[in-house]
Design a protein around this ligand. Structure first.
Ligand code: SF4
Ligand code: FES
Length: 267
């Protein structure tokens, strides 16, 4: 392992945590509860999962796609984008921050929920500057793919056209804040081995923006820079000196719509 490999890691790549042998009856009970199965339904489909499993992941295991943007499997959810809104027992809730429980009745693909998701996608498009045809992430961009999924033709809301500074000061990465959807995936998952964040938010509310620690970023390997780029759901984090290696038209969502790999599992 190289020096840099030892310095950097991503949370999602870290080795599985070793669980100590339960020592007390209470600890044994916890283990039993964690493996308990629960039944729930999504749009009338009967589903089964471990009690307490994250709803997005539980749905996925049952062949149901719940759209997400800020969610990253294995990383503590932020619940910031709201794309994953579903109705649970009649109430709107974000699926990525909800754990399944026995008897839950979940609505996922109803017209009102789909409309809400479409509005969220449109809002994200008008609050940033997204020039898909010229973006290196086109075809691999989850926001763009969600725009297609919800048949967004033209956003109904006025564009903000706010000018946001780009940051090209680090050796390997280029940050275009005009495309950032403030999902915090990079902040939550790309860290040094001793837990230091390479990405962080600056300012709050409407003025919030993503910032890069240049010193730490300059120590990243090519693989780690690529990992950061891949973690970003849009084209806000781009790896320098590499562009359009995979031609437009041959990228992930150019071939199959977002979520189709999950729903095809049970078809
Ligand atoms: S840079 Fe990308 S990953 Fe980071 S907050 Fe913005 S959109 Fe999310
Ligand atoms: S994916 Fe659930 S709030 Fe973003």
């Amino acid at each position: 392992m190289s020096f840099f490999d030892r310095i950097f890691k991503t949370n999602k790549d870290s080795s599985p945590v070793t669980v100590a042998e339960p020592k007390t009856p209470e600890e044994s009970n916890i283990t039993t509860v964690m493996s308990e199965k629960v039944k729930f339904s999504i749009d009338g489909k009967e589903c089964l999962a471990d009690k307490g499993e994250n709803l997005v992941e539980a749905a996925k295991a049952n062949g149901v796609y719940i759209p997400t943007l800020c969610h990253l499997e294995g990383i503590k959810p932020a619940g910031s984008c709201r794309i994953c809104n579903v109705k649970i027992n009649g109430r709107f809730m974000t699926a990525c921050t909800t754990n399944v429980a026995d008897g839950m009745v979940i609505e996922n693909s109803t017209p009102d929920i789909e409309e809400l998701r479409k509005i969220i996608v449109e809002t994200l498009f008008v609050s940033g500057n997204h020039y898909c045809p010229a973006c290196e992430k086109s075809g691999n961009c989850e926001l763009q793919a969600l725009g297609y999924k919800f048949t967004m033709l033209v956003p109904r809301f006025p564009f903000e056209f706010e000018e946001k500074a780009v940051d090209a000061c680090s050796d390997k990465l280029y940050i275009d804040r005009n495309r950032c959807v403030l999902c915090k995936r990079c902040v939550r998952s790309i860290k040094t081995e001793d837990g230091k964040s390479i990405f962080a938010f600056k300012n709050r509310g409407h003025h919030a923006m993503i910032n890069l620690d240049h010193k730490l970023a300059n120590l990243m390997t090519d693989e780690q820079a690529q990992e950061a780029m891949d973690t970003c759901p849009v084209g806000s984090i781009l790896k320098k000196e590499r562009g359009f290696v995979d031609p437009i038209g041959s990228r992930k969502f150019d071939k199959t719509p977002i979520g189709s790999e999950i729903e095809s599992v049970t078809k």
